[in-house]
Design a protein around this ligand. Structure first.
Ligand SMILES: Nc1ncnc2c1ncn2[C@@H]1O[C@H](COP(=O)(O)OP(=O)(O)O)[C@@H](O)[C@H]1O
Ligand SMILES: [Mg+2]
Length: 169
């Protein structure tokens, strides 16, 4: 479903990715493994449209998303659970989850998905009215994962998803 060819990306003078080629098939779980600074997060940011590639191409379900905006990429069904959680600290747990469903209007299905996430992460259910910035690191990670799932993505990318989480979670 996702085909990346020879992608080059950087920040200012720095070249962070020198020709990344990878593919993801439907139903497949693909893991990027590498040392700190290897370019894992940059790869995910490039797919999300947050870091525009200098060259190379990205095709998602037959459509060229190489220079697509983050909004467009999300509309196509790609969700990103970013490194370092990045929850909205002044919004409640429930509001953060609803932000994940921002592009959807199927209210009853959104409610069902929110309940499903509360079922997976009972800690979030207990804290649904609490400001996200006051959650522990692990709870914020659960919230970021839940928020990404709330868009009902066709492809979801998790950056360092286990950071701060207890091993059994
Ligand atoms: N915002 C940024 N500005 C400048 N350089 C960056 C930025 N983010 C990452 N880099 C650099 O890009 C390279 C790849 O980093 P990153 O994608 O975060 O690696 P990883 O996620 O594998 O640890 C590193 O050399 C890093 O210093
Ligand atoms: Mg990283």
């Amino acid at each position: 479903m996702l085909e990346i060819q020879d992608m080059v990306c950087g920040y200012g003078q720095i070249t962070a990715l020198r020709g990344v080629t990878l593919s993801v098939k439907a139903g497949q779980l693909v893991a990027l493994i590498g040392a700190n600074g290897a370019g894992k997060s940059t790869t995910l940011r490039a797919i999300s449209g947050l870091v525009p590639p200098r060259s190379g191409s990205m095709i998602f379900e037959g459509e060229d998303i190489t220079s697509a905006s983050p909004q467009k990429v999300l509309t196509k069904g790609i969700a990103h659970c970013p490194e370092g959680r990045r929850v909205f600290p002044h919004m409640t747990v429930a509001e953060n989850l609803d932000m994940g469903a921002y592009l959807r209007s199927d209210t009853s299905e959104i409610n069902a998905d929110r309940d499903r996430i509360y079922g997976e992460f009972p800690r979030l259910a207990e804290r649904r009215k609490q400001a996200a910035g006051t959650l522990s690191g692990g709870e914020q990670q659960m919230l970021a994962i839940g928020r990404a799932l709330m868009s009902r993505p066709r492809l979801v990318m998790f950056d360092e998803p286990s950071l701060g989480l207890a091993p059994n979670i």
